[in-house]
Write a protein that binds this ligand. Structure first.
Ligand SMILES: O=C(CO)[C@H](O)[C@H](O)COP(=O)(O)O
Length: 256
């Protein structure tokens, strides 16, 4: 109890839930997702992110919509998100009819102390960034492995960059000549020979950057390269992050 009281006094970083047993990664994703939905969804237009953590958020959303008879519309950020919304019987909308969202909830691959994010581990960064940019509030949900002091400490696969297929070699060369590091074209693996093709028909480059950089400058540089459609750096976008911690607590970090 003393530890709980101490955590509750920690200003914007506080413990929303506490239990003493060690939590699995999946358990911590679920805790973060549930608290984020409880705290941020009161109805209205909701952006639904992609990945494994968002699955728990949609389950919780379906639960509270049924319990509280909430009036919502869900805007998907990917094919996966659309299927999740449909599976749970939630109202499906799009940006054409709902260009302003009340809140967007999404996972992340890494979150630094400024709430700068790397996203796109699941290859959905383009639609994720578009939908998040239309939301009055962008809420990130993540397990403890995603919380980091500097980008690259936790997520070692690099910054995903969505590119028009014919441009991928030229884009690679321009990035490496400006900043260094190395780049892999993301491949499908065993499911299909050849590159991953995004929901938008593009390729993904994963850039392993050499050091901590000025992320806003990098984001702008990347998006100025002809052939780049979007990159997985989300700078000054997230308003709040919920981290499910190993001890079962949920840590909340707001952008300063
Ligand atoms: O950006 C994403 C997909 O493009 C995901 O939100 C990110 O990869 C986190 O996924 P998970 O919740 O499975 O850890």
């Amino acid at each position: 109890m003393a530890r709980l009281l101490k955590l509750l006094k920690q200003g914007p970083v506080f413990c929303a839930k506490y239990c003493s047993s060690a939590m699995s990664v999946e358990g911590s994703k679920k805790e973060a997702a549930c608290i984020a939905v409880e705290n941020n969804v009161k109805g209205g237009v909701i952006g639904i992110g992609s990945g494994s953590t968002i699955v728990y958020a949609v389950e919780k959303l379906a639960e509270i919509v049924a319990e509280q008879n909430l009036d919502i519309v869900c805007i998907p950020t990917s094919f996966q998100a659309r299927q999740l919304i449909i599976k749970h019987g939630l109202p499906l909308g799009d940006l054409e009819t709902h260009p302003v969202l009340d809140v967007c909830i999404d996972g992340a691959d890494e979150v630094d102390t400024d709430l700068t994010l790397i996203k796109g581990g699941g290859g959905c960064l383009l639609q994720e960034k578009i939908v998040a940019s239309c939301a009055k509030k962008f809420v990130v949900i993540a397990d403890y492995r995603k919380k980091s002091n500097n980008l690259g400490e936790q997520w070692t696969k690099g910054i995903p960059i969505e590119v028009i297929p014919l441009s991928y070699r030229c884009v690679e060369m321009k990035i490496v000549s400006q900043y260094g590091g190395n780049i892999d074209l993301r491949l499908s693996g065993e499911s299909k020979a050849g590159p991953v093709v995004t929901d938008n028909g593009n390729f993904i480059l994963d850039w392993k950057f050499p050091s901590t950089l000025d992320w806003k400058a990098v984001e702008i540089f990347l998006n100025m390269i002809p052939g780049v459609v979007e990159n997985g750096l989300f700078v000054n976008m997230a308003h709040v992050a919920y981290f499910g911690m190993k001890d079962g607590s949920v840590m909340t970090k707001e952008r300063e």
